[in-house]
Write a protein that binds this ligand. Sequence first.
Ligand code: AMP
Length: 451
Amino acid sequence: MPDSGGPAAPKSGSRELPRPAAKVLFGRFELVRLLGFGASARVYLARDLRSGHSVALKAIPKGRVAKNSLSHNVVREIAIMRRLRHPHILRLLEVLASRSKIYFVLELARGGELFAQVARGRLPEDISRRYFRQLLSAVGYCHSRGVFHRDLKPENLLLDDAGNLKVSDFGLSAVPEQIRGDGLLHTLCGTPAYVAPEILDRKGYDGAKVDVWSCGVILYVLNAGYLPFNDPNLMAMYRKIYRGEYRCPKWTSPELRRLIGRLLDPNPERRITVDGILRDPWFKKGLGEEERTALAKFHLAETAEAENGKFWKSEEADRALNAFDIISFASGLDLSGLFGPPSDRERFISAETAEAILARAEDMGAKEGLVVRRRGEKGLAGVVVEGQIGNLVASVVVRRLAGGLVVVEAEDGGGAAEMFFLKEKLWSALKGPATEPGSSASVTDRPRQVS
Ligand code: AMP
């Protein structure tokens, strides 16, 4: 259903000053308001003018990413999020880039952070159980596909408008390639109060067990309204984590107390597993067989695919990562280095052949009564679109990239009519029928303001 959310037009006769025109990015996303900001990004509520739907637009300045050597995190977050499809994992719909920023187009979680709810006070056990089940279902799904979040905390758990949990922020997550020869992960990461003891002793850790620990801290926080391990002195807090030194509040039921104890076991070998949690009495309470099966579905579905490594090793996945690598790594995240001096060209990356893309441009030009001539040289193919009197309307160049990808560049002939033709007609012909969200990487050098 289309949402309204854009600025209202001032009423005639009203003494209100007219509001400034809304900012529209890529001719498509109208920025409505700021939703929040993280360490390296601002997140805006935006309206997709094409579909009328509201989305969250996460703007990551390339400069900040390059300066803090975060490009690996961004590429990893893209690669991971676009492969995960689960009702309790925030969907990454598309990735766009301007000269200075990378934009993630994300499913909107209107309910905000779960943290905000807990900050107002502890939750009743039944509500905590509902969130915890949804969290576990998402975590189990990730683990069965070899993805470990490593930074689970209430701030990274968002809620949709129906109050369902959406796990977000995969910027620190790990995939199997990061596991060393000893079968363990070694990167120090996470948020101090949620970090598992084995991360602190730096001998390597199992990503699944670390996520289970963080789920334990989250469950404790939902039930208590405060953290299990806390101390103004960081070293003292780490000591408490290391020893598993915490106390459950008095209102905690014995079943919940027992589960928290098994989640917050400082010995990762003894700590409960995702399968164990599914069988736990507190977790199962009031859960029908059907619901239980649905919750544990992650475990059955596509496990063979995960075991075969198909989830990560598919050719399609490699290709997609390739395109995003290009966006993220070109000249320290500035695309101009990859494609020459700054120009007014529009670009996108595609997995289609040059022939298929250019054939559509020819068809479209013919329909518009224009002359479309092919041109090409080594590694390049293209068309020139001309008007009836030989005037240049637009030109298109397709360059081949490694991994079966091409970059398509188009430029208009300079006038307003030519610009309109490129924007309104040629561009969509080149891009072809709508691809699945997130399957192509659009790169526009000129995110335009449209009022
Ligand atoms: P992040 O940089 O991903 O940690 O996001 C910063 C903040 O923006 C979050 O803590 C949320 O308050 C908000 N936010 C991020 N993603 C979304 C989303 N998809 N829907 C609604 N709010 C979001």
